[in-house]
Design a protein around this ligand. Structure first.
Ligand SMILES: Nc1ncnc2c1ncn2[C@@H]1O[C@H](COP(=O)(O)OP(=O)(O)OP(=O)(O)O)[C@@H](O)[C@H]1O
Length: 232
């Protein structure tokens, strides 16, 4: 029997600042590793923000891991972990341990227990030695790593990474890719680095708010590359 789609967009239209940025988009996503590509302004960030309730569709339906994004939006953050391009938008506490303790609390753990569990949680990612470090003293790559740990300790069913590599050097990016590759969770990755989708199950190409291509990376990436080269 085919699996019910984990993510379903039905005829979704989204308007931002008076412009239609997603135009009657329909997608059923069951795959565990999904890439989202497209030129600047094509609607990628807007689409993934519908999946964690940061934006709401003007028309159509969005469901994510059994939750309706319009009627159950407040429950989405517990199922959907979101990594932003800029870690400074996500980190709020002065030390690494406090940041992780806050995540554990968000996931429902009582405050005292969360404070005790922060170091063991960091240890599961081989980062126990970061516990007392001030967040501002971490490098950009380390901050991004911390954001991923902070999200993963909440055990989301879906992890969305929206251009997570933009400020990272190649070794740091590779470390994050390896970490993400080993996760059990469903992952949606938005990225301009096209080699990041090696091993992915599916790539969706958005163009001007519509799906222009959708299929295995080996099929969609070359088509997108040719399209992008022709624009240059
Ligand atoms: N905060 C906003 N207010 C109004 N309009 C916005 C806002 N953010 C984005 N838009 C509009 O939505 C369109 C799609 O933007 P979106 O950020 O989804 O694109 P993207 O594909 O993620 O682009 P990029 O690759 O540049 O990050 C943009 O062209 C812009 O017109």
């Amino acid at each position: 029997m085919p699996h019910a789609p984990l993510i379903r967009l039905e005829n979704v239209t989204l308007t931002r600042g008076g412009r239609v940025v997603l135009d009657a988009v329909s997608l059923d996503i069951t795959e565990r590793r999904v890439g989202l590509i497209g030129t600047n302004g094509s609607g990628k960030s807007s689409l993934v923000r519908l999946l964690n309730g940061l934006l709401a569709a003007d028309k159509g339906r969005v469901s994510v891991h059994g939750l309706d994004a319009s009627t159950q939006a407040s429950e989405l953050p517990r199922k959907v972990g979101f990594i932003f391009q800029n870690p400074d938008h996500q980190i709020i506490f002065p030390t690494v341990a406090e940041e992780i303790a806050f995540s554990l609390e968000q996931a429902g753990m009582p405050r005292r227990q969360a404070a005790k569990e922060a170091v063991p949680a960091l240890a599961r990612f081989q980062r126990a030695h970061w516990a007392e470090r001030p967040v501002h003293a971490l490098s950009e790559g380390e901050k991004q790593f911390l954001c991923i740990i902070a999200v993963l300790v909440m055990k989301p069913a879906l992890l969305i990474l929206d251009e997570p590599f933009s400020s990272l050097d190649l070794p740091t990016r590779r470390r994050l890719e390896t970490l993400v590759a080993g996760l059990e969770q469903q992952v949606i990755l938005v990225a301009h680095e096209l080699d990041a989708f090696a091993g992915y199950d599916r790539v969706v190409w958005l163009h001007e708010g519509q799906v222009r291509g959708d299929g295995p990376p080996g099929e969609i990436i070359p088509a997108y590359r040719a399209f992008a080269e022709a624009l240059a």
